[in-house]
Write a protein that binds this ligand. Structure first.
Ligand SMILES: C[S@@+](CC[C@H](N)C(=O)[O-])C[C@H]1O[C@@H](n2cnc3c(N)ncnc32)[C@H](O)[C@@H]1O
Length: 328
């Protein structure tokens, strides 16, 4: 039996429900389960709120069961405290500490039941980071798949979450970079993964010429697939950036590999000319940025720094930066 709570209730004719909800949204007590009577609905109100034009009675409403993951899981596992999860399309990815591993099915089931857009729950199964930055995941609940399909910045991106790195948290950063691209620009995206930067840039600027370079064969395969499903003409190259020799220069180079993109500045230089704009991603503390810029100046001799953007945090003081600069 669910708990009851007495509230003032407005008797709202069924045909007026939508209007009532729109006009009195702030007055409705959403913690109560509204009751359908013959041809009207009893809608619970916050204590003192007044809704003119409707009969008001006192009524014992059933309390709504919690619908959000945090409340629902706290009810069954009071000591559980990891409520955040990443969502890639319909796949939710959770981390479960050792002490809760025997309850991971319950945690996944609760997440599935409280989020209508989640159809699959996976758990991070390794912190092991290889050169492709991929991870393994254990399937827990829902539709058994590891292929995510997401929509961001007007493109559809599809990939197997175990086969290629992807961060859903960088979508606004991809937009920021794409918005800077000018008509007819030639853009080289190094370390391109399943192609998110390349796709977003090409979609936003059809006149741009975009080349995407990724060393992971599976990541490359997904980039080719994504270019196809988005009908975008992008040159996808399956190559180690360290061996890249495209024999041409670009107006813009994106280097989204914060762990080691700095080691490839010489390669960027080979593909740059005066005026080329470079977006270099790196991890570090704020006071390390000056050192990183010295390294850039050492490689390129003359550059103009255009701005540093914080676009993530790796640990308490270590941030993900994008350093934008122009080769002069
Ligand atoms: C942090 S991920 C970024 C992927 C993608 N740009 C994104 O934002 O989702 C870095 C990518 O660089 C690739 N990579 C690492 N070293 C590389 C190299 N030497 N040449 C080409 N790709 C490389 C990895 O396989 C991985 O897909």
């Amino acid at each position: 039996m669910s708990e009851k709570q007495q509230r003032r209730a407005a008797k709202v004719p069924l045909r007026e429900l939508n209007t009532f909800r729109a006009v009195f949204a702030k007055d409705i007590d959403k913690s109560c389960r509204h009751e359908k009577q013959k041809d009207y609905m009893l809608i619970a109100l916050h204590s003192k709120h007044d809704v003119k034009g409707y009969d008001i009675i006192e009524y014992d409403f059933s309390k709504k069961e919690p619908r959000d993951f945090r409340s629902a899981i706290t009810k069954v596992l009071p000591t559980y405290n990891k409520f955040a999860f990443d969502q890639l399309g319909s796949i939710a990815i959770i981390e479960v500490d050792e002490e809760f591993r025997d309850k991971e099915e319950l945690i996944a089931k609760t997440l599935l039941e409280t989020n209508a857009t989640v159809k699959t729950v996976l758990r991070k199964d390794s912190t092991h980071e290889n050169e492709f930055r991929t991870q393994t995941y254990k399937f827990l609940q829902g539709v058994e798949t590891k292929i995510a399909t997401i929509k961001e910045n007007n493109v559809t991106l599809s990939f197997d979450v175990e086969e290629v790195y992807f961060s859903v948290r960088l979508s606004s950063e991809r937009k920021r970079v794409a918005q800077q691209v000018k008509e007819n620009e030639s853009v080289l995206v190094m370390f391109s993964g399943a192609g998110p930067y390349a796709m977003v840039i090409k979609k936003m600027h059809p006149s741009a010429t975009v080349t995407a370079v990724e060393m992971n064969p599976e990541g490359h395969r997904w980039a080719v697939h994504n270019a196809k499903i988005n009908k975008l003409d992008i040159t996808c190259v399956n190559e180690d950036v360290g061996k890249l020799a495209l024999g041409k220069t670009f107006d813009r180079i994106v280097m989204p590999a914060p762990k080691n993109a700095e080691d490839f500045l010489e390669k960027a230089k080979e593909h740059a000319t005066q005026g080329t704009i470079i977006h270099l991603y790196c991890f570090g503390e704020e006071n390390e940025l000056a050192e990183k810029k010295k390294r850039i100046e050492h490689v390129f001799s003359k550059v103009t720094f255009l701005g540093d953007t914080v676009c993530g945090q790796q640990s308490p003081r270590i941030y993900r930066y994008c350093v934008d600069f122009r080769v002069d």
